[in-house]
Design a protein around this ligand. Structure first.
Ligand code: THU
Length: 150
């Protein structure tokens, strides 16, 4: 089940289109000899800059890094911790949109507000699923403001 809305790439703002194109471009750098599944992600920082990441796998599978986490970790390493959007590009068989894994949802929730838009698409960049942190990761530990006791 998807929560969010499916929109045409062409209807998106130019800065989001650019972010998606950057995700598709960095996806080509994916190091994924084990899964053969390439993923690219990009975040737009509040200063307007873009940070990109691809998945980087390891012979010891748990040591692999996902594209979304790579993009966020790189941005934070550059001193950027606030974002206005995240885009992810991957081509999964039989599944239209690849959504971030559970660990990445946790990482996203650390730095993204509840309403930061997240755009998921395939490398053909035709249809795009627009969602947000709170849809992907409700009841985020430590960051769920509406369950605060005071
Ligand atoms: N992967 C990502 O990088 N992001 C996702 O949203 C889904 C999964 C990577 C992890 C692993 O390298 C490969 O895709 C297969 O799961």
């Amino acid at each position: 089940m998807y929560t969010g809305e499916i929109v045409d790439f062409t209807t998106l703002d130019k800065d989001i289109q650019e972010l998606i194109r950057e995700s598709a471009a960095v996806r080509e750098k994916s190091y994924s000899p084990y899964s053969k599944f390439k993923v690219g992600a990009a975040v737009r920082c509040t200063d307007g800059s873009i940070s990109r990441g691809c998945n980087v796998e390891n012979a010891s599978f748990p040591a692999s890094v996902c594209a979304e986490t790579a993009a966020i970790v790189h941005a934070v390493s550059e001193g950027k911790k606030k974002f206005t959007a995240l885009t992810v590009v991957a081509d999964q068989e039989n599944v239209k949109f690849t959504t971030p894994c559970g660990v990445c949802r946790q990482v996203i929730s650390e730095f993204f507000g509840d309403n930061i838009p997240i755009y998921l698409t395939r490398s053909d960049m035709k249809q795009v699923l627009r969602t947000k942190t709170s849809e992907l990761f409700p009841f985020s530990p430590f960051h769920t403001s509406d369950t605060k006791t005071s």
